[in-house]
Design a protein around this ligand. Structure first.
Ligand code: NAP
Length: 308
């Protein structure tokens, strides 16, 4: 027998918990699934200083814990279960997790995205200790320091340029000579005196004891290895939306981001979506929370119409 619910929210980051707060306050008794990483990407972020209202800043895990408790206070039930299968063709929507089976009248997808990583063992060891995937979050800590940034897309150019506000020197390390970045972003980076390009190069190893002090580089043309001293390394080689489980059931763009309209509706009536799994542009905690709020309000309206 599957458990019947009004609203199931999938994902425990800022969009999911905000959807939880709003739908709980609308008396919908939502059930929210957090997978293994409570807080999504924010659980890997050290300090958040740009969330409005939190003047002194807050750590990512603490903000997520507070949002979770706030949602629970209004009656949102949070379970640590991972959704493994969904059937979204028509309501009631069916979901399977690693622990049970469910049916919901409305679903809000808030599964976020994951930063693409290089796949070398040392990046996990140094994550949060000199390795970051978010210049907006962590750039401030590199005032007067030398940093590297990996990637050749718009993110690398934008974040590299942003980092020059703090760092004394920024190396953009890219695996080939051609760039995916738009010309305007590339021009902005190349004309910045603090930025130096290291091309045809990949990072083969991160060096240091407790934190990053440099990287080993591999030249993709000559095969030569060299080292570069750095205080920090930003990896900006794209993001991967966590949408695999919904493939074939919801409209997505070619990268797998779920397509929503301006009211957070997906291509299936009664299925809403918020946060980074539908946003490859802003990817901020505050924008994720905003879309989570909108999705919950729309879910409430949808259920009210169903009731009528
Ligand atoms: P992206 O365009 O997919 O670029 C990823 C970059 O990382 C590419 O240069 C790629 O190299 C490199 N890369 C991928 N895997 C790698 C690996 N394993 N090792 C080393 N390098 C690797 O990603 P993005 O820059 O995050 O941009 C994503 C989307 O957001 C784009 O549509 C972009 O236009 C948009 N965006 C827009 C703005 C803006 O307009 N303000 C800002 C940021 C992003 P190759 O080129 O060799 O594949």
């Amino acid at each position: 027998m599957s458990e019947q619910r009004n609203v199931i929210i999938i994902g425990g980051g800022p969009s999911g918990f905000t959807a939880g707060i709003y739908s709980a306050r609308a008396n919908l008794e939502p059930l929210l699934f957090v997978g293994k990483d409570l807080g999504g990407q924010l659980s890997f972020t050290t300090d958040i200083e740009n969330f409005p209202g939190l003047e002194e800043g807050v750590t990512g895990p603490l903000l997520m814990d507070v949002m979770k408790r706030q949602a629970e206070r209004f009656g949102c039930e949070v379970r640590v279960e991972t959704v493994t299968e969904v059937e979204l063709r028509e309501p009631p929507f069916k979901l399977k997790t690693d622990a049970g089976e469910y049916e919901a009248k409305a679903v809000i997808i808030c599964t976020g995205s994951s930063a693409r990583m290089l796949g070398i063992p040392s990046e996990q060891k140094f994550f949060g200790h000199g390795v970051s995937t978010c210049a907006t979050c962590d750039g401030f800590f590199y005032r007067g320091k030398v940093v590297g940034i990996v990637g050749g897309g718009d993110s690398a150019m934008e974040e590299g340029t942003f980092l020059t506000k703090f760092a004394s020197k920024v190396y953009i390390i890219h695996r080939r000579k051609g760039f995916r970045a738009s010309q305007i972003m590339l021009d902005r980076a190349t004309s910045n005196e603090k930025i130096e390009f290291v091309l045809d190069s990949t990072v083969s190893e991160m060096l240091g004891e407790d934190k990053v002090t440099g990287v080993r580089l591999h030249n993709t043309q000559t095969g030569q290895e060299s080292t570069l001293d750095l205080d920090g390394l930003f990896i900006t080689i794209g993001h991967v939306p966590n949408s695999e489980v919904f493939k074939g059931q919801l409209e997505m763009d070619e990268e797998g981001y779920i397509i929503t309209d301006r009211k957070q509706h997906t291509s299936v009536q009664g299925v809403f979506c918020a946060g980074d799994v539908q946003d490859h542009v802003f990817r901020q905690a505050v924008t994720a929370a905003g879309t989570g709020c909108a999705a919950a309000i729309e879910a409430e309206r949808y259920l009210a119409k169903l009731g009528d």
